[in-house]
Design a protein around this ligand. Structure first.
Ligand code: F6P
Length: 357
């Protein structure tokens, strides 16, 4: 008998269900006696013994369904804060649930925060296999996370829609794209949607360079400009501040996000009419695109193979088009950022895109 626990943690994204389906198909097609325990709402389910037994039927028909059939939650604790409000040691509680159910392995689908906890549980002696999920594509050790391409499709579609209205009115438009502290989503959607200016956290911007780019387009007879702005974009000035100083400055900012600050500065300096669109959580919603369905199925069955081989303590990944694996301690605590000198940025710059630097 093989007993597997499974949970999805952190912000949801497209193809979580498809990935779990891949894991379960890969196991149940190769082993007769399997018990699958699905924990509700991420690590919370493991801490508070909130789970249900699942059969292969639960994973049928979910390839195309967005969200997660298990539910998810943000990580319930910072690693430093191990006790919950009632004094329960959450790490010990997770270990106890794992032992009580006599699990052979825990499959964890999540992003960066999730991987820190997964690595901690591995260090505590649990058999762990993880899968890289996030629309941000910021997980170390994999070229691609599932969810990313689906979000690129949605953000690109938003830019496409804005294009026609921006052109009709001759306006400057900002489309604010998710991505947390990295610019992958904005970079790809910005290039795919033909944004004129792309602002990402990895390349701090100078407002005067942005205005120059807008003026240059005006002079060339192009009355509208589209900016794809990452939610984590940062000005050159702010990038010089310490973490603490920046936190304080943003706390006191009158703007709800960086896009509003940039818009106010452009309006003040150029008098141009400017509008902001924030697609927000739409970028994480809906059905996974075909690329993500394929990727998550490949990663899911690869995770199943690791379990069958008893090869624990790894995240499945994709590197140069091939399925691979990375030890969890190499993944935890690292962020995969866009490299400003990379060829994708060079190509975009060569094609006339401004990065505001
Ligand atoms: O990590 C995925 C993500 O969608 C980020 O792009 C975004 O910054 C964050 O989650 C939003 O988190 P929440 O769903 O908690 O608002």
């Amino acid at each position: 008998m093989l007993r597997i626990g499974m949970l999805t943690s952190g912000g949801d994204c497209q193809a979580l269900n498809a990935a779990m389906r891949g894991v379960v198909k890969g196991i149940t097609n190769n082993i007769q006696e399997v018990e699958i325990y699905g924990f509700s709402e991420g690590y919370k389910g493991l801490i508070y013994e909130n789970y249900r037994m699942l059969t292969s039927g639960d994973f049928s028909g979910i390839l195309t369904r967005g969200g997660t059939i298990l539910g998810t939650s943000r990580q319930p604790f910072k690693l430093m804060k191990i006790l919950d409000e009632n004094g329960l040691n959450k790490v010990e509680a997770m270990k106890a649930t794992y032992s009580k159910l006599n699990l052979d392995c825990l499959v964890i689908l999540g992003g960066n925060g999730t991987h820190k906890t997964a690595n901690l549980l591995k260090d505590e002696g649990l058999n762990i296999v993880t899968l890289p999920k996030t629309i941000d594509n910021d997980i170390w050790g994999t070229d691609m996370t599932f969810g990313f391409q689906s979000a690129v499709d949605i953000a690109t579609n938003a830019i496409d829609c804005i294009h026609t209205t921006a052109a009709s009115h001759g306006r400057v438009f900002i489309v604010e794209v998710m991505g947390h502290k990295v610019g992958w989503l904005t970079l790809h959607a910005g290039i795919a949607g033909g944004a004129d200016i792309i602002l990402i956290p990895e390349i701090p911007y100078d407002i005067d360079r942005i205005i120059e780019a807008i003026e240059k387009r005006k002079k060339a007879g192009k009355g509208f400009t589209i900016l794809a702005v990452a939610e984590g974009a940062i000005s050159k000035e702010n990038s010089q501040l310490s973490k603490k100083e920046l936190k304080e400055k943003l706390k006191n900012s009158p703007y709800p996000s960086v896009s509003y600050e940039i818009a106010a500065q452009i309006q003040k300096k150029t008098g141009q009419e400017i509008r902001i669109t924030v697609p927000g959580h739409m970028q994480r919603g809906g059905s996974p695109c075909p690329y993500d369905r394929v990727l998550s199925t490949r990663l899911g069955t690869a995770a199943a193979q690791l379990i069958l081989d008893k090869d624990f303590g790894n995240m499945v990944s994709i590197v140069n088009g091939d399925i691979s694996k990375v030890p969890l301690d190499q993944v935890a605590g690292k962020l995969k950022m866009v490299i400003p000198e990379s060829s994708i940025i060079k190509v975009a710059k060569l094609g006339g895109t401004s990065f505001g630097d």
